[in-house]
Design a protein around this ligand. Structure first.
Ligand code: HEC
Length: 264
């Protein structure tokens, strides 16, 4: 109600809308949905990389090297989950395959609920979500987010434990080869790897490249490749092109499905 758009909201839904929380949330749900169905505002696809895919711009050499490492199944393997190519129908990529994966990012002590050592956010299997609570194979799995506009985010991963984009990329290279750099060391000197996931669920942790190695092995990405991928990720920020990409190009994804048209 303190937000500067509260007045507009009252105009649309009536002066007393905030007095009824259920009605207010339903209204918020509705305006959010309509905003998300408006591609020029919500998903303009006006990044440099979109312009490159449409043949209207070129990546720098460093960005190009980053893209190659991002796509290479034996190096970053990032495109395995964060799709980066035009679809068969010519749709611009969304940088997610909408799959669920356990990356086992470190525990974030700044989250108040984590003060309780027995509390774990297990993603798909709860505790927030309840329908899959008994499916142990889903514990620790989170949805792969889009990497569009990722360089604008102040925190990364589901618990926001990483606060720098290059570190988010470096985590992929170092999680298993240099775990002491990411997880706390216990009083007995052992590294508490995957410290935000109880031991019984650690078999769920993803082991595909770049996670296909162990302590002391060479990382899947060199320091230079980590820097190059970070540079490439910055080409995914909207606003490079003044005119958004034609909606027809994104239409093939069928991701903007209209279910309600309340305000039109
Ligand atoms: C096996 C699938 C998979 C692969 C391969 C993969 N990612 Fe991810 N990525 C995910 C998932 C799942 C998350 C969210 C995990 C979480 O929050 O716990 C994620 C999150 C991220 C985030 C944080 C985004 C945000 O908004 O918080 C970045 C950055 C990222 N990935 C970059 C990369 C890069 C770079 C590579 C290649 C080096 C890569 N990913 C490879 C599945 C994958």
């Amino acid at each position: 109600m303190a937000a500067k758009y509260a007045g507009d909201f009252r105009k649309l839904y009536g002066k007393k809308i905030f007095a009824d929380p259920a009605a207010a949330f339903a209204a918020i749900d509705e305006v959010l949905e309509i905003y998300q169905e408006n591609p020029p505002e919500f998903a303009p696809f006006s990044s440099k990389y979109d312009a490159v895919l449409l043949g209207r711009a070129r990546l720098t050499e460093q960005e190009q090297r980053g893209l190659a490492a991002f796509n290479d199944p034996t190096r970053g393997n990032c495109a395995r989950c964060h799709t980066s190519r035009l679809s068969a129908r010519g749709a611009l990529p969304l940088f997610t395959d909408f799959g669920f994966v356990a990356l086992a990012v470190p525990r974030n002590k700044a989250i108040p609920a984590n003060a309780d050592p027995s509390y774990f956010d297990l993603g798909l299997c709860g505790p927030e979500r309840r329908d899959l609570a008994k499916r142990k194979q889903y514990c620790g799995l989170f949805k792969t987010p889009s990497l569009r506009n990722v360089a604008l985010r102040p925190v990364f991963f589901h618990n926001g434990v990483i606060t720098n984009l290059r570190d988010a990329v470096a985590f992929y290279a170092e999680r298993d080869v240099k775990p002491s750099g990411w997880y706390p060391t216990g009083a007995d000197g052992t590294v508490r790897q995957y410290d935000d996931l109880p031991a019984e669920y650690r078999a769920n942790v993803n082991r595909e490249p770049p996670f296909d190695r162990g302590p002391g092995d060479a990382p899947a990405l060199t320091e230079q490749e980590i820097t190059d991928i970070t540079a490439f990720l910055k080409t995914l920020t909207d606003g490079f092109s003044k005119t958004p990409s034609p909606v027809a190009v994104t239409g093939g994804e069928d991701h903007l499905v209209s279910t309600r048209r309340g305000l039109q």
